[in-house]
Design a protein around this ligand. Sequence first.
Ligand SMILES: *[C@@H]1O[C@H](CO)[C@@H](O)[C@H](O)[C@H]1NC(C)=O
Length: 190
Amino acid sequence: MASNMLVLFVSFSSLLLTSSAQTCNEHTFPNNKVFSNCTDLPQLSSFFHWTYEQATGKLDLAFRHAQIPLTNRWVAWAISPNTLGNLKNYMVGAQALVAIIDSNGATKAYTSSISNYRTVLEKGEISYPNTGLMATYKNNEVTIFATLTLPNHIGSIVHLWQDGPLSGPVPQVHSLDAPHINSKQFLHLV
Ligand SMILES: *[C@@H]1O[C@H](CO)[C@@H](O)[C@H](O)[C@H]1NC(C)=O
């Protein structure tokens, strides 16, 4: 009896957690930037904030990845355009925003179109027009800001996010543990 009640209580509180108590709502951005929506991502201590205007496809976004205590890391957030509604084979084709955090904690950000599983996240154009791409690193948290223009008035995306080590300036393969291979999601923007 007691253990049944415990199970009930636990599932009820996790329902409450998913419906209302999103951690991302508490976050304030240093530049007083405000986004209309946010969601706590299920893997890698990460959060996604966005304002989306479906009529124009303009997606103003901030991706935050907390718990990055070491520098010499890369962090990336991407949309997988080839696989809408399909969470398999999501990585190849992904259009990524990449942040590099060097050994001094300095950041740079650039775009990368991922063409194969052996990518080192080479700098290159992505298929979405983008402006304002930048990355910050503070309190062990990496934030990537950008505004993308999405095609065809789409209302949802498959997005993925990741972190990994650097060798010199070059991104190396990410961990293949469960959090790192499950860090992807179907997201309704509207
Ligand atoms: C985004 O925020 C608005 C305003 O708070 C809300 O009405 C809407 O349901 C949110 N959309 C999503 C996809 O969370």
